[in-house]
Design a binder for this molecule. Sequence first.
Ligand SMILES: [Zn+2]
Ligand SMILES: [Zn+2]
Length: 195
Amino acid sequence: MSKLAIVKVRLDREVNGYIVSCSSTKEAVVVDPGLPVEKIAEQLKGLKVRYILATHCHPGHVAGKDDLKELVGGETALHSADAKQFLRSADRYLVDGDELEFGEFKLTVLHTPGHTPGSVCFVVANHAFVGDTILAGGIGKQTPETDLRRQMMSIGTKLLRLPLATALYPGHGPATSLEREMAQNPIFRGAPAPR
Ligand SMILES: [Zn+2]
Ligand SMILES: [Zn+2]
C-alpha cells in the first residue's frame, strides 16, 4: 500500500508550506507556495509535482506560485473568489468538492470562505490543510478581507463534518487535530457539537 508523506516547509512571514506526496508513485502536491521557492524546490527532489495549490491569496501563501511552477512544473490552482479579490490568476480555479488526484491519493477541496472570500481547505485521507481558517489554539490574523461570521460558519459546516481524528495542518504554527481544537480552541466555546 502506498503511503502519504507530508513535509512542512517554513517560509517567509512564518507561513507553513506543505509538500504532500504519494510514496509509491512519487507524485506530489504543494500547498501554499510562499517564498523562498528554492526552499520548497529543494524538498521536491525526486518528486513529480502535479499541483501547486494556494489555501488563499494572502501574499505569504501564494507569492511563489509562478516561480515555483517554472522550477518544478505542475498546475497552479486557487479559488476564483480570491483570484478576484487579490487579482491573481492560476492555471485552474477551484470549486467546493473538486477532487484532484496525485499518485494513489485524492485531494478534496472544501471552500471555507471567511478568512478571505476564496479560502479553501484541502483534505487528503485523514489529513486537512486548513490555511488560516483555523490554527492551533486560534484562527489566522484578521485582515480587511476577513468576514469572521462567515469563517465561523465555514468551520462549523465544513470542518466539523470531518472525522474528529483528522489531523490539521495550518498555515502558521504547529499541526494539531480536529479533536484537540474542539477541546481547546477558544473559537469553539459555545459552538454546537458536531454530528
Ligand atoms: Zn491569510
Ligand atoms: Zn497566513
